[in-house]
Design a protein around this ligand. Structure first.
Ligand code: 13P
Ligand code: SF4
Length: 317
């Protein structure tokens, strides 16, 4: 019996013993994705966390995702293999900064990307993820100004998609996605002009991808801006020989699993999120054996943050 089989068998045994469901984000290490009960994007995993019958949720992802699961399932035990797994994007705004921003724009609706702390969600009106940001913004009356935070690239994408000019965008960014540049994308497309192009809206190249697709050298009918699971949906029936993927490289594992006809190539092979990769096979075992790290949210914050997340989950149901 190989070590890998022993490890995954032990994970499954301990998960059963704890009555735990193991959730993994699309950016997790392939071994973690393969051992999990469910793999998905932020929105899918939030929905699963809200509806699971298991008494414990083991969240293999970053801290804000586990916190969101705790908000939606307050009576369940939520564990993350290490609470150190943060998010550089979520760290670009705290609750005090948001309160000051709101004070400058009285009457504006606050839309917070799920990549935020529970304390920031508590100050927001509604959350969104990359897969429902446009629907969430369209659910707000057209004449009401919006504060969109914290990701500037996603905010600009939503502005373009909705055609609204009353959206104020916080200037945060994810260091991994901001590092996938328009120059990287153009060079890859030039080297492989028939490839399909899949771009996450958090990317630094997302704005130029659309611009280039409209007027420049990207194939307009083959360039799509999608959430991680949106990419999977698009990949399933793709027939192209190659696809260029602009997002964190953990995504390639699921893409390659659902479609073996197409070669999926990263636009930037160095785009790896060190926070996502803090969840190691050893720490997942420790988590299941020792019940750590447990995620808790102070009740006063949780109450208000939950409303923002629940409003989001209800949109599109
Ligand atoms: P998704 O919602 O597309 O899974 O993205 C989450 C994330 O952290 C992107 O960096
Ligand atoms: Fe945060 Fe970026 Fe990592 Fe996503 S890829 S978890 S936004 S740091």
């Amino acid at each position: 019996q190989s070590t890998a089989t022993t490890w995954s068998g032990e994970v499954r045994r301990l998960a059963r013993e704890r009555d735990a469901v193991v959730l993994a984000h699309n950016y997790q290490d392939p071994a973690i994705q393969d051992v999990a009960d469910h793999v998905g994007d932020s929105l899918e995993l939030s929905r699963l966390a809200a509806s699971t019958d298991a008494s414990t949720i083991v969240f293999c992802g970053v801290h804000f995702m586990a916190e969101t699961a705790k908000l939606l399932s307050p009576d369940k035990t939520v564990l993350i293999p290490t609470a150190q797994a943060g998010c550089s994007l979520a760290d670009t705004i705290d609750a005090d900064q948001l309160r000051s921003w709101k004070a400058e724009h009285p009457g504006a609706a606050v839309v917070a990307y799920v990549n935020t702390s529970a304390a920031v969600k508590a100050e927001a009106d509604v959350c969104c993820t990359s897969s429902n940001a446009v629907d969430v913004v369209e659910s707000i009356p057209a004449d009401q100004p919006i504060l969109f935070l914290p990701d500037q690239f996603l905010g600009n994408h939503v502005r373009r998609q909705t055609g609204r000019d009353n959206i104020h965008v916080w200037m945060g960014e994810c260091h991994v996605h901001a590092g996938i540049s328009a120059a990287d994308l153009r060079a890859q497309v030039a080297a492989d002009p028939t490839a399909e192009v899949l771009v996450h809206p958090e990317c630094g190249c997302a704005s130029s991808a659309i611009w280039l697709a409209g007027v420049g050298d990207l194939p307009a009918d083959r360039t799509r801006i999608l959430s991680t699971s949106g990419m999977l949906g698009a990949a399933r029936d793709m027939t192209a020989k190659t696809a260029l993927v602009a997002t964190e490289i953990g995504m390639l594992h699921q893409l390659r699993k659902v479609n073996q006809r197409t070669t999926f190539r990263p636009v930037n092979p160095k785009a790896s999120c060190r926070f996502m990769k803090m969840i190691t096979p050893e720490l997942l075992l420790r988590c299941l054996r020792e019940g750590r790290d447990e995620v808790q949210v102070p009740p006063d914050v949780a109450e208000r943050a939950r409303q923002s997340v629940e409003r989001m989950v209800a949109i599109g149901k």
